[in-house]
Design a binder for this molecule. Sequence first.
Ligand code: AMP
Length: 256
Amino acid sequence: MSVKSLRILVPVKRVIDYAIKPRVNKTQTGVETTGVKFSINPFCDIAVEEAIRIREGTKGLVENIHVVSAGPTKAQDILRQALAKGADNSTLIETGDKEVEPLSVAKLLQKVIEEDNSNLVILGKQAIDDDSGQTGQILAGLLNWPQATNASKVEFKDDKVFVTREIDGGSETVSASLPMIITTDLRLNEPRYVTLPNIMKAKKKPLKKVKPADLNIDIASRLETIKVEEPAKREAGIKVGTVDELIEKLKASGSL
Ligand code: AMP
């Protein structure tokens, strides 16, 4: 039996743009977000691209690509971007400005997946703001689905999905049957750019808004951030003229 149709769900997170150097806020409770550029998390962009490429490469197999974000109202921007690239519909789970922990995100996504009857979920391997790298794995646990993390290649053959993962000193290929979870690595693909006409067209595509309470999920945090600090400033170095001088200095500093 071969895969008959794919209903793909792609969770996408709005994060501080990867090119911006984050600064700790005045209260030292997190990073400064006012006046800072936000974008789609790069690994989520790769996940969207992969879903679209699967559609392009497997004629008629993909029935639907649904992009979902849990975040503030402004997360609509990244959903519209994904719609402009080729996703069919989108959902914003309105969680406000507060950071939502991976367990809560996974619980919210589980509800959407059950409602949608999705059989493939492609997430980023990590969100570059919290660097948790947990959501895909927790979701696989909640759903009791197989997972292939850090994918650098995804292929469909008969009734199986083959995922290549980069590991120390080589690569590893794993396979599983649908439904399954895949998380994306950096080298999986190079996301396309959105064009203005497609952004205009995407305005007609569905963007549904729901609240965590509509999904019966409590998103209260279980962790409290006590303090966020910048790394200690590096002291200026000195130049030494010879190896002997270097050894002398190291001895004097107690490093040797
Ligand atoms: P993390 O576990 O936070 O490092 O995030 C890994 C992946 O989970 C991201 O690349 C997204 O695909 C997904 N994810 C995490 N947080 C959210 C969120 N608030 N909304 C939608 N997807 C999310």
